[in-house]
Design a binder for this molecule. Structure first.
Ligand code: FES
Length: 210
């Protein structure tokens, strides 16, 4: 693994956090992930990352502990200056991916960016864990998690749960697949990654020999 950066304090978002953000779009849009969450943990993050700053600048892989990531929760880590989300998808979340996909622009991810071993409906190595770059493929805003499906989401009865980009309204499902007719042209990017163990993921590198 060499000199990969090890993140000790990723930003966690549990299901209750997500429900709170759902009630207010503007708050959700500005507090969800990426820069704002990064700012909230800026001091401990910078201190903990100080020894690895050079490695991070060079784009070294990032090792993430997912042992505390409960079903339905998501954490955010930084890799190459970008937010990367790790979402522990529940069974209903996974089932939503298998329903009607006719509303998606690239359901098979043919035009989208992901490692070969993630070119599947879940866009993942292990179905329950989505690892995805949290940057909209339109103009680079960071979408907000809107996990609750249906009318309660405020996004219509057909909303399957997913992510909403606050900038120009692009919508993505829980595999980061973009809806058709949105400003974002392709699905969210899946970075290279692999599981070091059941509780640790290395983001930024594919398994050698895999
Ligand atoms: S940057 Fe996401 S919709 Fe424009």
């Amino acid at each position: 693994m060499g000199d990969e950066a090890v993140l000790g304090a990723p930003s966690y978002r549990g299901p209750s956090d997500v429900n709170k953000s759902k009630r207010n779009f503007l708050i959700a849009a500005t507090s969800a992930v990426g820069g704002v969450v990064g700012a909230a943990v800026a001091v401990p993050f910078l201190i903990s990352m100080e020894p690895s700053a050079r490695a991070r600048a060079a784009g070294a892989p990032v090792e993430v502990d997912i042992s505390r990531l409960e079903p339905g929760a998501m954490l955010t880590v930084e890799w190459r200056g970008k937010p990367v989300w790790v979402l522990n998808r529940t069974k209903p979340m996974l089932e939503s991916l298998a329903k009607d996909t006719s509303f998606l622009a690239d359901p098979e991810s043919n035009a989208s960016m992901q490692p070969d071993n993630c070119k599947n409906p879940d866009r993942s190595i292990k179905p329950e864990f989505l690892v995805v770059v949290g940057i909209c493929t339109h103009l680079g805003c960071s979408p907000s998690p809107r996990f609750e499906p249906g009318d309660a989401s405020g996004l219509g009865a057909n909303w399957p749960g997913g992510f909403l980009c606050p900038c120009h309204g692009s919508r993505f499902d829980l595999a980061g697949r973009v809806f058709a007719g949105q400003p974002a042209p392709i699905n969210l990017e899946i970075p290279p990654y692999y599981f070091l163990s059941d509780t640790r993921v290395l983001i930024g590198e594919e398994k050698k020999g895999a």
